[in-house]
Design a protein around this ligand. Structure first.
Ligand code: ADP
Ligand code: MG
Length: 405
């Protein structure tokens, strides 16, 4: 974190403490967990495959303090609303309310036999909501980190990650993979993580000097996103069932090569074949990308990002005109290394790697080109690779990160 950013964040922690006192009347400790952007490896996490996310500078902040009751009182600044969750009656189906995320995390922590105490939480999110930068995982991890610290409980960090993922499955109804929660917990400053979603072993790959990560928000979110996400998962599962007739050892698309897939192509309905082809080729691309980034081979990095976007557009069919327009706009800009859609799709953001000395001009040009193509004003953010979840000191340095497992 550079000194200017640190000063801004220190100001933020002061403000949060002040707001907490106004709202709940006591002093608080401050916690944060970052959102994320995925450089490559899209829709591979739930296929036991490879992903390569980066924790971003935008985080969800939670100010918290024990309240000597049997309830969690959580106030979200983004919704300007307080909810009270009784620790004895957390179970229940998804309600569609933001507090489902908090309820699911508290429930999961208690199930893990953690002595979670009643607490007041003030939630302040910097991650744009519903834009594919995982404000949901940031909220979950910030809540889980705060509640464990306040309760003097400490689960292994990987257990916390799984509890947060499960909260989203069971209390929100989104069958997300593990990537978002993993990177929000384990993000390393200056690095992307090549994560094997089967072994959950990450390899930290430094972002090369002079390469900047630029996120372009299309500002659209098409309604079909969550339904289509679950449908893609079902398509992959069907692909596996078909392949298991020929290859009994296959457990997930992670175990399948392109040659396997092509050998049995005629056994697949056309749509399922294309879905599987995306996952199989994306897994290979993600590993090649990690190698290329490590070598500093930016031409290959850019090519692989372009191929990833095309595969998501044509084979997986999760892009949309706005994402395509943003990627095309970026392609015309000086300094671009690579651009692709990121996140589940049907709107949200693109991720761009840009030569650092061109970032400002890039941001202006891509925004103007996108506006010309769509008449939508985009948001363009430049980010560094940030540290994962933790408690924050008065000067905005992190007290202790649980980045090590
Ligand atoms: P994404 O994770 O890409 O931002 P999701 O739809 O998975 O999109 O998660 C967004 C949802 O997470 C919001 O609609 C809200 O319910 C919840 N959420 C995220 N941040 C906050 C916050 N600061 N306060 C309250 N709810 C939040
Ligand atoms: Mg989410």
């Amino acid at each position: 974190m550079n000194p200017a950013t640190r000063a801004l964040e220190a100001n933020r922690t002061d403000k949060l403490r002040e707001m907490f006192r106004e709202h709940f009347g006591t002093s608080a400790r401050i916690f944060r967990a970052p959102g994320r952007v995925n450089l490559i490896g899209e829709h591979t996490d739930y296929n036991d495959g490879f992903v390569m996310p980066v924790a971003i500078d935008f985080a969800t902040w939670v100010a918290g303090c024990a309240n000597e009751t049997n309830s969690i009182r959580a106030h979200s600044r983004q919704y300007n609303e307080t909810v009270t969750l009784n620790l004895d009656s957390l179970e229940g189906p998804p309600t569609g309310h933001w507090s489902d995320f908090v309820r699911g995390v508290v429930y999961g922590l208690l199930q893990a036999e953690q002595k979670i105490v009643g607490a007041d939480l003030l939630i302040d999110g910097q991650v744009p909501l519903g834009s594919g930068l995982s404000s949901s995982a940031a909220l979950e991890l910030a809540t889980a980190t705060a509640l464990q610290a306040i309760s003097h409980a400490q689960l292994p960090a990987i257990e916390t990650v799984k509890i947060c993922q499960n909260a989203e499955h069971t209390f929100v109804g989104a069958r997300c993979g593990i990537m978002d929660q993993f990177i929000s917990q384990f993000g390393q400053a200056g690095h992307a993580l090549l994560l094997d979603c089967r072994s959950l072993e990450p390899i930290a790959v430094p972002i090369p000097h002079g390469v900047e990560i630029v996120i372009c928000n299309t500002m659209v979110k098409h309604e079909l996103a969550s339904g289509e996400y679950n449908r893609r998962r079902a398509d992959c599962e069907e692909g596996i069932r078909i392949l298991q007739n020929f290859l009994p050892g296959v457990r997930a698309l992670r175990d399948v090569s392109l040659a396997d897939l092509e050998a049995h192509r005629t056994s697949f309905p056309e749509r399922i074949y294309h879905r599987c082809r995306h996952v199989v080729t994306e897994n290979a691309r993600t590993q090649q990308f990690a190698d290329a980034l490590t070598r500093g081979d930016l031409l290959t990095v850019g090519r692989l990002m372009a191929e990833s976007h095309e595969s998501l557009r044509a084979d997986y069919e999760v892009s949309c005109p706005e994402l395509d327009a943003m990627v095309q706009s970026a392609a015309h800009c000086e300094g671009l290394i690579g651009a692709r859609m990121t996140g589940g799709g049907f709107g949200g953001c693109t991720v761009n790697l840009v030569h650092a000395d061109c970032t400002e001009a890039f941001a202006k040009r891509v925004a103007a080109d996108y506006f010309r193509a769509t008449t939508i004003e985009p948001c363009v953010y430049s980010t560094t690779a940030a540290q994962g979840a933790g408690e924050v000191n008065d000067d905005a340095t992190q007290v202790r990160s649980r980045g090590a497992r």
